[in-house]
Design a protein around this ligand. Structure first.
Ligand code: ADP
Ligand code: ASP
Ligand code: MG
Length: 402
């Protein structure tokens, strides 16, 4: 059997954790499996590298930033290789460039275009454990790129797809995917199974346990994932096309995203095409928007508000201000102290009353809802950031603890 195993930053944070993970890898290898391992940078290394860069230059080029960030994962694979070598096991470590993980040229948010499997295959044929640096690839200029935060998950799924692996295991610091972040909601329940679609929504709405793009890729290539703990031996959560839970559970989980901001464009002329022009200006800057609302203002004007990723907020404001006279609005304001809390579940479609239960939970806690967005598989509410954890806990109680 060919297995891809991915270990996140906390799983390889120090020498002891590296030894622990080496034990898991060795066990699979000695059992007779072919093993490809994807590693993240140790602990908070990626954040520390970002801080280091900011000390030197607050606005470094994205190319050089990726050059720096890619070193984090490279340290992990070399250290893990040394550990396995010390155990007398055959092993080789490879960077994204050495494997041939080809990406587009978008430094910092690169997408994988193609994965060469020849080198990986050759190393496996030599009966070696292959360690691959996660989160990185190489673009057409032969420069390092990184895939975006949490990107090692995507590396693992891409390798599993390219190699037609039998299994893709994502080892992390919790025992699986839960009904809410188990670190914030102690009563959260571990899910035995979850569908790709539900996992994709949870991940996109802020559950960082899997990067959303890794789930997309897994769905597209039919890679079944298992999320499990590197520290506790227990069955994890299977992410697959159809899950057992589908019929019985109306909602699957609750996610929170604090890395969002609200942009309000005040006093836009109330005439056809205004909203289009405002949102088009933002789209042209390459920024995704979510949860758009329009409220009637004074003097035949409307206020248009929408949510963007916090990291895009300043760029969105700039793109609008640059076109202020053409768009005809009064001013743009930003609110970064918001959070988006979302309830996700495929069973929601056929069931009225889910939304009112969410609103009741927030009302019980006197939490004001600023914006609402509903779809067939989720309900999201924008609230004050300071109330976010309380909101998740309250909604969790309503749906899972009664
Ligand atoms: P890794 O370093 O292994 O990639 P991450 O920190 O990226 O780990 O993701 C694991 C974390 O995701 C957990 O520690 C947990 O706090 C958080 N998390 C958020 N939502 C969920 C959820 N629904 N189920 C499990 N973990 C979650
Ligand atoms: N080290 C990268 C990050 O911190 C990638 C990953 O951990 O998946 O985002
Ligand atoms: Mg992660």
């Amino acid at each position: 059997m060919l297995i891809v195993q991915k270990f996140g930053g906390s799983s390889v944070a120090n020498a002891e954790r590296i030894r622990n993970v080496a034990g898991i890898i060795a066990e699979s290898f000695l059992y007779g499996h072919e093993v490809v391992v994807v590693l993240s940078a140790q602990g908070d290394t990626t954040d520390e590298l970002l801080d280091k860069a900011a000390e030197i230059n607050p606005a470094p080029s994205k190319r050089e930033l990726d050059m720096l960030l890619a070193t984090g994962e490279q340290q992990s694979i070399a250290l893990m290789a040394m550990c396995l070598e010390g155990m007398g096991l055959p092993v080789v470590s490879l960077t994204g460039w050495q494997v041939g993980i080809h990406t587009d040229a978008n430094y910092g948010t690169a997408r994988i275009r193609r994965v060469d499997s020849e080198r990986l295959r050759r190393e496996l044929d030599k009966k070696r454990i292959v360690l691959v640096a996660g989160f990185q690839g190489v673009n057409k200029f032969d420069d390092y790129t990184t895939l975006g935060r949490g990107g090692s998950d995507t590396t693992a799924v891409a390798l599993a797809a390219a190699l037609h692996a039998d299994k893709c295991q994502i080892f992390t610091d919790v025992e699986g995917v839960y009904t809410a972040d188990p670190r914030k909601v102690p009563a959260a329940r571990k899910l035995e199974e979850i569908t790709y679609d539900e996992m994709l929504e949870l991940a996109s709405m802020g559950a960082q346990v899997l990067m959303n793009r890794s789930v997309q890729l897994a769905k597209r290539y039919g890679v079944e994932l298992e999320v499990l703990s590197s520290l506790v031996r227990a069955p994890g959560t299977k992410v697959k096309e159809v899950s057992k839970n589908m019929e019985e559970m109306k909602i699957t989980g609750i996610a929170k995203d604090e890395k969002v901001a609200r942009v309000t464009v005040a006093q836009v002329a109330d005439r056809p095409g205004s909203a289009f022009r405002v949102l088009n200006a933002v789209a042209k800057a390459g920024i995704n928007v979510d949860m758009i609302i329009q409220a009637n203002g004074r003097d035949e004007t409307n206020d248009i508000s929408f949510v963007v990723a916090e990291s895009d907020a300043d760029a969105a404001a700039k793109a609008l201000q640059e076109r202020q006279s053409a768009l005809g609005f009064d001013h743009v304001s930003l609110d970064k102290d918001i959070a988006k809390v979302s309830v996700v579940g495929a069973g929601m479609m056929s069931s009225v009353g889910i939304a009112s239960l969410v609103f009741e939970a927030l009302n019980d806690e006197h939490i004001n809802i600023q914006m609402i967005n509903t779809s067939e598989v989720k309900i999201s509410c924008v609230i004050d950031a300071t109330s976010a954890d309380r909101a998740v806990a309250a909604i969790h109680r309503k749906f899972f603890e009664t």
